[in-house]
Design a protein around this ligand. Structure first.
Ligand SMILES: [Zn+2]
Length: 295
């Protein structure tokens, strides 16, 4: 099944819901960054969260999640845009931890304590950043805390990644359920009571669930009004031109220094791990461009 994101309303519009099944894109991110299982789970949950939170982005809009924990994984940074593409990385992908006391990948322990920063750039002049302390480092809880504290929306967030013994991503998906201000208490009670019966998202996805199936598991006894269904994918916005610009921004002295010491340069994009090679002649060209731009 193709990676898909679905947005909908339920309970007469008093609840809005986004659900995603994104196994392929999380597998691609995991492969690009050569992640070990706990890093794959943390990165995958973060990528799913970014997609789920990207509701309402238009044009050049971008949402960025920065999970800055003090655990061994280091920072996790992911972005999602209005075209429903995501990219992201985890600072230390080669972290291995024993399973936690529930027999699950120890994502919370690997992330540690710290902060979640969510930056929403909806194409206006100023981007808005909300920051909350990490609740558990399990990502889902932390995103729910952000939605409650920063956007005053009581929310349920479930994101999950199942990593196979060979370290490949066997299943990934997520769901965010948000109570609108007019949501009746009884509706919330129905949703919460039902939660105890729902299997983990990653299990449902492994069993073949689509985003619509996830919604029907999490939101019982209601008509769903579907608003949007769209393919999602991993895609980085880096290219040689941008990396050239980055090298030029180092300035002519720094470039001369690289030429003298190494004679060439390799720049790796953080977000997608794509290497860009600059030979001596390429660097000399960039240097010439800097000189020309100054005159
Ligand atoms: Zn890139």
């Amino acid at each position: 099944m193709e990676d898909t994101l679905v947005r909908a309303l339920a309970y007469n519009g008093s609840v809005r819901v986004s659900a995603v099944v994104d196994t392929h894109l999380v597998q691609e991110a995991s492969k690009r960054h050569d992640t070990y299982p706990v890093a794959a789970a943390a990165l995958g949950r973060s990528l799913s969260s970014a997609l789920l939170l990207s509701w309402g982005l238009k044009g050049e809009g971008l949402i960025t999640l920065r999970i800055m924990g003090d655990g061994p994984l280091g920072a996790i940074v992911v972005t999602a845009n209005a075209e429903h593409t995501v990219r992201g990385y985890v600072q230390e992908p080669h972290i291995d931890l024993p399973l936690n006391d529930k027999g699950k990948l120890a994502v919370g322990q690997a992330v540690g304590e710290g902060y979640l920063h969510v930056t929403k750039d909806i194409g206006l002049k100023e981007a808005y950043t909300g920051t909350v302390p990490l609740v558990s480092g399990e990502i889902g809880d932390d995103v729910a805390s952000y939605l409650l504290q920063s956007e005053q929306t009581p929310s349920l967030v479930a994101v999950g990644v199942l990593v196979a013994p060979d370290h490949s991503v066997a299943a990934s998906g997520g769901i965010i359920i948000q109570a609108m201000p007019d949501c009746p208490e009884e509706t919330l009670a129905v949703i919460e009571e039902n939660l105890t019966k729902v299997k983990p998202v990653s299990t449902l996805v492994k069993e073949g669930a689509s985003p619509e199936t996830l919604i029907s598991h999490f939101l019982p006894e209601t008509d769903i009004q579907y608003l949007e269904k769209t393919p999602v994918s991993f895609k980085c916005s880096c290219n040689r031109e941008k990396i050239s610009g980055l090298l030029k921004s180092l300035g002519s002295e720094e470039l001369k220094d690289i030429l003298a010491k190494e004679g060439k340069s390799e720049v790796i994009c953080h977000f997608c791990n794509q290497p860009y090679y600059f030979e001596r002649s390429d660097l000399e060209l960039l240097l010439a461009e800097i000189t020309n731009e100054k005159n």
